[in-house]
Structures are given as structure tokens and as C-alpha cells.
Design a protein. Structure first.
Length: 643
């Protein structure tokens, strides 16, 4: 992968051009192999390259076609570039490199916007047309690669990361609605960012930008939507199950084969879970020298799953790298993760991924991951809970009616018993909600009232009247929940996760933590053919009272061991509570006790921050460690980028 940054500046302000080198350097970690820019006012384009296909310098970017009319900057990979290249050769085009970048550029020249439908890959790219005074920007179907932008009538800038846009020197102001959403969900969904006026381009969208008239005009359009035709789903019955497994197996094998194409070493992430195990098993059948990687935490056995990964690698007879990280080293990485995030992001498992990427990059330049399997096939614990409440038996009714009891018991994520109580609390809470409200509650850590209390300027007033920001939040919430009506099907829940959680949490985490070390991560389960097939399957193919991801597991059961197939679902987590009560205590307390700084910020209710502090050191912290971590992440980010 790579990093891209671009600028169109029509007014007399020269400062963004003077800062353009700084904006490009902010992306060097994404592409340490080559940095280059082209400035032809009013346009500047920059690229940081991570060389994966055609390592020759002739494939460096920005890349211009032979006519001199078009220039491309591109972050990502086109996995079917060889087939597309042959098609373009038959159409009369000649090529001067072996790169997928040139194929993408020529495909756009030949097909225009329609080239997007021909691409199998992950990408965010921009193509400038000098003759037409225009730039075309696009993002891949599932949002694997990021693309952010900022627009005014006389200025348009875009980049792979928010830090690069910030480096251009434009005005910064906290978006209060995004801040509220951040504490509700632990991340900020597209199209919004933490800053007013800065946006994320949504997955499956493109922008056509022009400046012919002396002002910047742009149009944003959707070019891809995840297929989710309910009539199509109804056509498949239990009689189609066997054939469906065969089709899924073929599609995923083809996807892995495509994603093994590279001119550098390729490995796989192997966590010991079903998804990464399937990807690794398929990769081992396609590539004899494939190597797998996992990270283990011997000081935290409750969170350590590296043993299962090592056992499965041994079963496959492949070379496996198991990196063990002790308590001191693990805590020592926290500061790096805190300072690396270019936007507040509070999924604490980013620490694990940061470490895994750092160690993996010492051996390979490309890693295959199992991301997407849970969202497509119903693998999360919340999916099982959702299914149980849609199909309740005596046990679910009993749990729901004992809500008063569970709420009085001490809950936490730090141990088996405390975590089980936490799950019972959430299940009983969801029992009394409709499907839509339940989804929104389970999508985040805090409920709306808790997030409301945390902030100085409340989204929801005490008498339930909405403030101006409250109306904005309500509108954004409705947009995020659009795929899910009050009694939507189970597939609608998975669709909502694929549009909300997957790109904004999981894929952002993978991209930011892997690219921090110049490691490219490819996601075979998110191939468009696999995604289309997954959303054709009815609920009964995916989940029942006994297991999730049913069709995925059974399609590949002969490749997997019983230990992998029968392993309970466990999140990729870190011991936040133990850290906050131990090695991170002084850091957390110092941030909470900066009363003058918090007042000057004008963002937080200082009483709520004090309550948060007290809850961390109580006998019943519940999910508060996650909120404490979110507060730490935000304050660290704020001091780095806003002061």
C-alpha cells in the first residue's frame, strides 16, 4: 500500500503549497520506499510508495501517461490487473511497466468511471486530467483503503490520513457531534471526522472534481452498494446448502490466490480463530513457502491465544512465527499507539495489531488477514445474542426478566466471571428493546445518556429537547441505521455491521496499525464475489442456537482442526482495567486531574470525568475502562494536533 495527498488551491493563499512537503512527509510511514510530488499550480499531488508489484523505479508515482494528459496517485492493489491488462492490450494500449498502477490509469483513460466495476482490489486513488481541469477520486467497495478530504469554494485537499490534511495548515475545529459519537461508538464513522469541514469518502463512492469556472465544483456519487436483495435470499432453501458451501469455497480459494500475487514476501496473520485459520490453510495450499505470524502475551493467559495458532500452523506444516510480548513491553507500546493515531480511535485491540504488524514486517512486506468473516457470516458474540433474542427460549426469557439481578453484580472484561456477568447485563438490557434500538446500544460502549453526561455541551437536553447539535446527531444516527428498520432481518444486522463497524472500526484499525510499519494487509474474505455470495445466504445458513458462521465453518471443516472449529469466540483484547489500575494509573489520573486544561478545552463535564476516575478504582468498573481508554486517546490526540 501507499499514501496519497493532493491539493487544488484557487485563491491567493500560498501557505498550503508551502506546507505540501510537510503533508507528504506525514505519510512517509505508509510508503517508505519512495516519496515524490508534482506541483503544477493550482494543483499539487504527492505519493509515498510501498513497493509491492514491479519494484522498479519506473513504477514510482505520481505516474503520468505517455500523452502527458493524465497523472495518477494510487494507494492499494488491483488483484486482477493482469487480466485487465490483457483486455486493454486487445483494445490497442501499450504498457511500459509491469505495475498495477499503470493498468489502473489506462483503464480509467479507456473506460472512464465504468473502470471501477472492473476492478477487484482495495484502493483509494486520484487521477488528474490536465486538459479537462479535473480530478477523479475513488474508494474501494468495502472501505479497505482510507480517503479523506476537505472542501471550500476555492480549495480542495485530500489524503490517506487526517494528519496529512492537518499538516496543510487549514483551520481546525472540533466537531462536537463527532465527539459525542466517538464516546458512544469508540470511533467516528464516515463521512464525518473529529474536525468540522474534514470528511471521509464513504466506501464504494467516487468524487468528480473540476475547477474550470474559477471555483471548485465537485460531485460525490455511490458506485457500489453491498448486494442485499431479500428476494434473492428467499430463493435459497436448506436444499441449496450443500451447493452453497461449494460455491463459497471456490470463491474464497480464488480470492486467496489473487491476493498472493506480489514481488515481495507474503505471510498470513494467524490468531487461532476460524477466519485467519481458513485463510492460512488456503494460502498454504497455494504457496509452499507461506509463513504465518501471531503475537502472544504469556503474562496475560486470559488474553493469549497464540498457542492455538502455533498448534494449527504445526498441523499445516508451515513455518510459524510466534512473538511473545511481556507485560512491560506491551505496556511500553501504549504510548506509541496513543501518539500514532491521526484521529481519536478507542478500539484498544489496536495495540495488539500494532505489535503484530511491527514484528511481521521484519519478515514479510504483505500479510493476509481474516477480517470480514464475523460481519459477513455472524461470528461476533453480539450476533449470537441477537439471534437468541430473536428466537428466545426459556433461558433467554429468564435472563431478560432478571435484569435487576445482573445489574447488581460486578462486571468487567478482565476475567471469565466478570465478563460473563457483563454479557448477561447486555443481553438482559437488549431483551427489552426492539431490534433497531438494540443494535444501536450494542454497537457501542456507552448508551446515549452516558455519552451525554460525559460532555459539557449535551446532545440531548435534560427535558429531552434536542439542541442544534442534537438534531445533527439524530440525522447522522438515522443515516447510520438506515439499513436496519425496527424489525429488520438478521441479515440486515450483518449489513449494518458491514457498513458501520467493518470500515470505520475494523478496517481503519488494520490500515492504520499495519501502515504504521509499512506493512500491507490484504483481506480475502472481503473480495466482492465472496461478499455477494455471503449476502445471498439466509439466516439459517449462518447461525443457529449452537454456532455462528455455520456455512463458513462447514465449507472448510476438513481443513480445520476440532480445536479451531470448537473454540469459543473471543475478542482480540488487552487488559485495560489492570493497566489503568497499575502501569497506566499515573497517566490516566494526570489527564483526569488537569482541571484547568479541561475547563479551557470546553468539551467535557468535569464532574463526569471525576466519576469516570472513581469508577475505575471501584469494585464494579463494568465497561468503564473502555471509556477511560477513549478519554486517554482523545486527550493525547488533542494535545498533539489541536494545541
Amino acid at each position: 500500500m501507499c499514501g496519497i495527498v493532493g491539493l487544488v488551491q484557487l485563491d491567493d493563499d500560498e501557505s498550503p503549497f508551502k506546507s505540501f512537503e510537510k503533508a507528504l512527509n506525514a505519510l512517509e510511514h505508509r510508503g517508505p520506499d519512495h516519496l515524490a510530488k508534482t506541483i503544477e499550480e493550482p494543483v499539487a499531488l504527492g505519493h509515498s510508495r510501498l513497493s509491492i508489484i514491479d519494484l522498479d523505479a519506473r513504477s514510482n508515482q505520481p505516474m503520468t501517461d505517455m500523452s502527458g494528459r493524465y497523472t495518477i496517485i494510487f494507494n492499494g492493489e488491483i488483484y486482477n490487473y493482469r487480466e485487465l491488462k490483457q483486455e486493454l492490450k486487445l483494445a490497442g494500449f501499450n504498457f511500459h511497466t509491469e505495475s498495477d498502477t499503470e493498468v489502473l490509469l489506462v483503464a480509467f483513460i479507456h473506460f472512464g468511471v465504468k473502470c471501477l466495476n472492473k476492478l477487484n482490489g482495495c484502493f483509494a486513488f486520484a487521477i488528474m486530467d490536465r486538459s479537462d481541469k479535473s480530478i477523479f477520486l475513488a474508494r474501494d467497495r468495502m472501505g479497505i483503503k482510507p480517503l479523506l478530504f476537505r472542501s471550500t469554494p476555492t480549495s480542495f485537499s485530500f489524503a490517506s490520513e487526517l494528519r496529512s490534511l492537518i499538516a496543510l495548515g487549514f483551520e481546525k475545529k472540533i466537531d462536537k457531534v463527532s465527539l459525542f459519537t466517538y464516546f458512544k461508538l469508540n470511533y467516528i464513522p464516515a463521512p464525518d471526522t473529529i474536525l468540522e469541514g474534514y470528511s471521509k469518502l464513504e466506501p464504494g463512492h467516487y468524487i468528480q472534481l473540476s475547477w474550470k469556472s474559477g471555483t471548485i465544483e465537485f460531485q460525490k456519487e455511490m458506485w457500489y452498494e453491498i448486494p442485499h436483495d431479500e428476494e434473492d435470499v428467499k430463493q435459497l432453501t436448506a436444499h441449496d446448502y450443500k451447493e452453497s458451501k461449494k460455491v463459497l469455497k471456490r470463491f474464497l480459494r480464488d480470492s486467496v490466490r489473487r491476493r498472493l500475487v506480489a514481488d515481495v514476501p507474503v505471510g498470513t496473520f494467524l490468531s487461532g480463530g476460524v477466519d485467519s485459520s481458513i485463510i492460512t490453510a488456503l494460502a498454504s495450499q497455494e504457496k509452499d513457502d507461506i509463513e504465518s505470524f501471531s503475537v502472544g502475551f504469556p503474562d496475560y493467559p486470559y488474553y493469549d491465544e497464540s498457542g492455538q495458532a502455533a498448534d494449527f500452523a504445526k498441523h499445516l506444516k508451515i513455518k510459524h512465527h510466534r512473538f511473545e510480548v511481556g507485560r512491560d513491553e506491551l505496556v511500553g507500546q501504549v504510548e506509541k499507539v496513543l501518539t500514532h493515531a491521526d484521529e481519536p480511535f478507542a478500539d484498544s485491540s489496536a495495540i495488539n495489531l500494532y505489535l503484530l504488524s511491527e514484528y511481521t514486517r521484519k519478515h514479510v512486506k504483505v500479510g493476509l488477514s481474516g477480517d470480514g468473516g464475523d460481519e459477513l457470516f455472524g461470528g461476533y458474540n453480539k450476533h449470537r445474542a441477537e439471534y437468541l433474542l430473536r428466537n428466545p427460549k426459556y433461558r433467554e426469557h429468564a435472563i431478560g426478566n432478571l435484569k435487576w439481578l445482573w445489574s447488581r453484580l460486578p462486571a468487567s472484561r478482565s476475567g471469565m466471571i466478570g465478563n460473563r456477568i457483563r454479557q448477561l447485563q447486555k443481553l438482559s438490557e437488549g431483551y427489552h428493546m426492539n431490534a433497531r434500538d438494540r443494535y444501536w446500544r450494542w454497537a457501542g460502549i456507552l448508551n446515549e445518556e452516558q455519552a451525554n453526561y460525559l460532555l459539557k455541551e449535551e446532545m440531548l437536553e435534560r427535558d429531552q429537547r434536542l439542541s442544534d447539535d442534537g438534531f445533527k446527531y439524530k440525522k447522522r444516527k438515522e443515516s447510520m441505521l438506515k439499513p436496519l428498520n425496527k424489525e429488520g432481518s438478521f441479515n440486515h444486522v450483518l449489513l449494518s455491521d458491514s457498513l458501520l463497524v467493518l470500515p470505520n472500526d475494523m478496517l481503519y484499525k488494520v490500515d492504520s496499525m499495519s501502515m504504521a510499519h509499512g506493512l500491507e494487509v490484504r483481506t480475502p474474505l472481503l473480495d466482492q464475489h465472496v461478499v455477494k455470495q455471503a449476502f445471498r445466504y439466509p439466516e439459517m445458513f449462518k447461525i443457529n442456537h449452537f454456532q455462528g458462521k455455520k456455512v463458513l465453518k462447514e465449507a472448510f471443516e476438513e481443513m480445520l482442526t476440532p480445536a479451531i472449529l470448537n473454540r469459543p469466540k473471543k475478542g482480540f483484547e488487552v487488559p485495560l482495567l489492570e493497566w489503568l489500575q497499575g502501569p497506566l494509573k499515573s497517566t490516566f489520573l494526570s489527564l483526569c486531574d488537569e482541571s484547568e486544561f479541561i475547563i479551557d478545552q470546553g468539551l467535557f463535564n468535569h464532574l463526569a470525568i471525576n466519576d469516570l476516575k472513581n469508577s475505575i478504582y471501584s469494585n464494579n468498573p463494568g465497561d468503564k475502562p473502555a471509556t477511560a481508554w477513549a478519554f486517554m486517546m482523545f486527550q493525547t490526540w488533542y494535545k498533539r494536533y489541536m494545541n
